[in-house]
Design a protein around this ligand. Structure first.
Ligand code: ZN
Length: 81
């Protein structure tokens, strides 16, 4: 389980950018459906993007991106425990 979580989170940005193949999207969607930890992270990130898109059309600031990565890393560590 830990490994598929790590994979899903690694492909988070590609997933949200629509940059994955249909096959990869299907695998990740199926994983999110049955994994609440990943659902939380994916939900958090896509919500964040919507907020940013509404406020401005700039790229996510580097500091904010680092904080998101920290949250993702923390989640991966929790899962691995
Ligand atoms: Zn997961």
């Amino acid at each position: 389980m830990g490994q598929s979580c790590e994979q899903a989170l690694r492909e988070l940005y590609s997933f949200l950018d629509g940059a994955l193949t249909v096959e990869r999207r299907t695998v990740i969607s199926a994983h999110i459906d049955e994994c609440s930890e990943c659902l939380d992270v994916f939900g958090f990130e896509s919500e964040l993007r919507q907020v940013i898109a509404m406020r401005c059309r700039e790229e996510v600031p580097e500091s904010l991106r680092m904080r998101i990565l920290e949250v993702i890393q923390a989640t991966i560590l929790e899962i691995e425990d």
